[in-house]
Design a protein around this ligand. Structure first.
Ligand code: C2E
Ligand code: MG
Ligand code: MG
Length: 559
């Protein structure tokens, strides 16, 4: 090592500034120990990442975010810099980004130097007490603005939404007036604690003023927001035991604005969520209100459907349809998939796509799924008792069910109660559900396999299974997703279908194709070694009565 590089190493080691060195293309080469201390990120985790965004078309998330003005490659730059730390929070400091040129003026290195303790939040060690609300210890309005700005910067980059909640207590004045300020303060403190309890670690909760709180969350789907709003309303309305014998029940009104739909900057988002909150209060409180009307309609629809599902369970409005699975070699019915339908008195037969996702989000799928399991097993038993040919019935299992601790017991109980042989039951689990619950899933599926229950991966090909992992799951069947089967004229789909069939052969698994609608598709599948098919070509899902008639015949002649 020459003297210069030894000197450079020492400077990097001892510097109290966080230093990042990148190559001429702005790819990170090395960082110093202070950088590691400030962000929790080590050299391995950041090496090769792009230092700053200098090409607006790039979708790569840079290591540093510069706010006031962009860093122009080749220039030197001073200003406020943000870095997302390893724990997901943001480290902010003032700093410089410099370009080192060679003798001809060509850039050879870019260096970022950040000075810890120089952000408007103050030194990291003084915990920014200036910006914490003394009563609740939550961020105050000033800090909220800052956090919201930071969330918007990140969200703009990764093209995600942010929800801003303004949460106001209903009739808080009656607590203050009736029970005194001390109790009022205690309620506000507890309210802050409850909000923290209801939210995720990555959300920011702040107290804006009086009885008004704010929450900032990164959003992946509309339902994230609705679920959190419902959770907050629920948790707040639990009684507060402020002092012995003094129970206080509070309710809240929540206004929600969404970035970018309701505003591009912090100020307009705050204004709009406050206005939505006032509207919620004016119309009786104890509710949440989106700034955008369309979101309210969707949220309302969701709540209505949820209540209707509860009602449907009580009133026995669900029923199962059956779609035959056919052995294409002799066109015999060898099984059926049980598919739920909702016989709604007002609307007629509702397909699962309209209510299963809502049942899944609300957790009601546990009850719906338990009903499906029992009903399918009972139907299988009835057909056996009638002397019909034994066929395997498959049911769809949702992610919630897989995670529920008593799912295995439920399945075993259903088999025991009906007395059907376990190998006549098949559980269809989608690829993503299986992967999401991989560890828990592996164990419970093994219990099922040990008893002889069949397990298939539904919609195979649409998820991102790790193939080596797949071979370790105790499964029996791959079910090729209908998106491939239905579009075999597309050479990519045909190729994927062929690959899945050959994968199933090499893993010694059964394979079934879902969604075959025309003879050519069935022919293609047969030629490539998939001779079990479920699709409209043979039959749509039909009622139990119609299916029973099909089963009496035993096959569906098409050839
Ligand atoms: P899935 O499990 O992949 O079920 C197959 C779906 O494909 C069924 O739609 C079926 O009608 C449809 N299908 C079958 N062959 C063809 C075809 O040739 N062409 C076309 N266009 N479609 C075909 P369905 O009954 O509307 O069910 C949709 C989804 O709802 C199911 O997809 C499943 O994910 C879910 N589902 C249905 N019943 C239940 C249930 O009891 N529990 C749970 N958790 N989910 C269910
Ligand atoms: Mg299925
Ligand atoms: Mg499927």
């Amino acid at each position: 090592m020459n003297t210069d590089s030894a000197l450079l190493n020492t400077l990097l080691e001892i510097s109290e500034d966080a230093i990042i060195v990148s190559d001429e293309c702005c790819r990170v080469l090395r960082v110093n120990p202070t950088f590691n201390k400030c962000t929790g990120l080590d050299a391995k985790e950041v090496k090769g990442r792009i230092l700053v965004q200098h090409d607006s078309s790039s979708r790569e998330e840079p290591l540093l975010e510069t706010v006031e003005k962009p860093y122009g490659k080749g220039s030197s730059w001073t200003g406020l810099i943000h870095i997302r730390k390893k724990d997901g929070t943001v480290f902010t400091a003032n700093g410089d980004i410099l370009t080192v040129n060679d003798g001809q003026g060509n850039p050879i290195r870019h260096i970022a130097v950040l000075r810890p303790g120089t952000s408007p939040e103050g030194h990291p060690n003084d915990k920014g007490s200036r910006q914490l609300d003394p009563l609740t210890n939550l961020p105050n309005r000033f800090l909220l603005d800052d956090r919201l700005e930071q969330a918007l910067i990140v969200s703009r980059r990764i093209k995600k939404s942010v929800a801003l909640f303004t949460i106001g207590l209903d009739r808080f004045i009656t607590v203050n007036d009736g029970l005194g300020f001390a109790i009022g303060d205690m309620v506000l403190k507890k309210m802050g604690e409850r909000l923290q309890e209801a939210s995720r670690r990555s959300d920011t909760i702040a107290r804006l003023s009086g009885d008004i709180f704010s929450l900032v969350m990164a959003v992946t789907s509309d339902n994230d927001t609705v679920l959190l709003a419902e959770k907050i309303l629920k948790i707040i309305s639990e009684p507060f035991f402020v002092v012995e014998g003094n129970e206080v029940i509070m309710t809240a009104s929540i206004g929600i604005s969404i970035f970018p739909a309701d505003g591009e900057d912090a100020a307009s988002l705050l204004k709009r969520s406050e206005s939505a909150m006032r509207h919620a209060k004016k119309t009786g409180g104890k509710k949440y209100q989106f700034f955008a009307g369309e979101m309210n309609t969707r949220a309302k629809h969701r709540i209505e459907t949820e209540n209707n599902i509860r009602h449907a369970l009580e009133q026995n409005e669900f029923l199962l349809y059956y779609q035959p699975k056919i052995d294409t070699k002799n066109e015999a019915i060898i099984g059926a998939e049980a598919l739920i339908r909702w016989n709604n008195p007002a609307r007629g037969l509702i397909p699962p796509g309209e209510f299963i996702p809502i049942a899944e989000e609300s957790g009601l799928i546990l009850q719906v799924g338990a009903w499906v399991l029992r009903r399918a097993c009972k139907q299988c038993k009835d057909w056996l008792d009638e002397g019909l040919k034994p066929i395997r019935i498959s049911i769809n299992v949702a992610s919630h069910q897989l995670r529920s601790s008593d799912f295995a017991d439920q399945v075993i109980a259903a088999l025991k109660e009906t007395g059907i042989p376990p190998n006549l039951l098949e559980l269809e689990i989608t690829e993503s559900n299986m992967m999401d619950n991989s560890i828990a899933c592996m164990k419970v599926l093994q219990t099922f396999r040990d008893r002889g229950i069949h397990i298939s991966i539904d919609d195979f090909g649409t998820g991102y299974s790790c193939l080596s992992y797949l071979s370790r799951f105790p499964i029996t069947t791959l079910k090729i997703d209908r998106a491939f089967v239905n579009n075999l004229q597309d050479s990519n789909n045909a190729e994927v279908t062929r690959a899945i069939i050959s994968l199933s052969h090499s893993l010694k698994l059964d394979v079934i194709a879902e969604g075959a609608e025309v003879a050519d598709q069935v022919k293609f599948l047969g030629i490539h070694g998939c001779t079990v098919v479920q699709g409209f070509f043979y039959s749509k899902p039909v009622s139990a009565e119609v299916f029973e008639k099909m089963l009496r015949v035993g096959y569906i002649r098409k050839g």
